[in-house]
Unconditional design. Structure first.
Length: 252
């Protein structure tokens, strides 16, 4: 991202973000509520465009390719960069197994029955859900509890994507499931690039390679990236006092 501004009509929601997301790593974005971290996250796969009046200025590049080039296909961008939202959103007309396979079938078309069964089990095991649903894979995804639905969405997003923006994916999970998802993210970074928003400092200390801190000067001002660095550095020697105050719990 270079000099990225995000607007909704005349309102500037995010201002001047310049940062690099390292490939095959986990980057966590932290900051107080209201500094518009999820808005920034949605620009990584052009999801904010579904809101009337939304637009961006600046550059969002993946391997040198501008995601907002007029010739870029937003559907193809979203196939390349998946998204897990804070609230679970399984496809209501699909079964548990069909939800897991949705992305793969969209991107690849045909998949053998053996490959499909193997992928369903592997993805659901990785999301700590297999033992709870293995005997009812044909049941609707919407029949699961909220915690289970979120884990199903994470399993679904393991499809054929190169990146995984996640907006507080563990906010609805119990501690055991949260640890399972954190272990899954560490496993996935061998193949994928993961960007996650969280308000949990313990999770920030455990999971990411790098951490970015967002803030805003006062209510109504645009959110902005204050700093980003290796996670250990952000906790031990941040460059800005606000970063230290937030990570230590003095505000936010």
């Amino acid at each position: 991202m270079r000099d990225l501004d995000i607007y909704y009509g005349d309102f500037k929601a995010v201002e001047g973000v310049t940062m690099a997301i390292e490939p095959r790593s986990i980057t966590v974005l932290i900051g107080p509520s209201g500094c518009r971290k999820p808005i920034f996250l949605r620009t990584l796969n052009r999801m904010q465009e579904v809101i009337p009046g939304a637009r961006v200025d600046g550059d969002v590049l993946i391997e040198g390719h501008d995601l907002y080039d007029p010739k870029a296909d937003p559907v193809q961008v979203r196939r390349l960069v998946g998204m897990v939202f804070q609230r679970p959103n399984p496809c209501p007309t699909m079964s548990i197994a069909e939800n897991v396979l949705a992305g793969v079938k969209l991107n690849r078309g045909r998949i053998s029955a053996f490959e499909a069964a193997e992928l369903v089990e592997t993805s659901l095991r990785g999301a700590n859900l297999w033992n709870e649903v293995k005997d009812r894979l044909g049941a609707p995804g919407s029949s699961l509890s909220g915690c289970q639905q979120q884990r199903l969405c994470i399993a679904r997003d393991r499809g054929e994507t190169a990146g995984h923006p996640m907006d507080e994916p563990c906010s609805a999970l119990d501690p055991i499931s949260t640890l399972a998802i954190e272990d899954l993210m560490v496993e996935l970074k061998e193949q994928y690039t993961i960007v996650i928003v969280t308000h949990t400092m313990q999770q920030t200390a455990r999971v990411p390679d790098r951490t970015g801190f967002f803030n805003l000067k006062k209510t109504g001002d645009p959110g902005c990236l204050v700093e980003i660095d290796e996670t250990a550095t952000m906790f031990s020697a941040p460059q800005h006092r606000d970063t230290e105050d937030y990570s230590s719990g003095r505000f936010g």
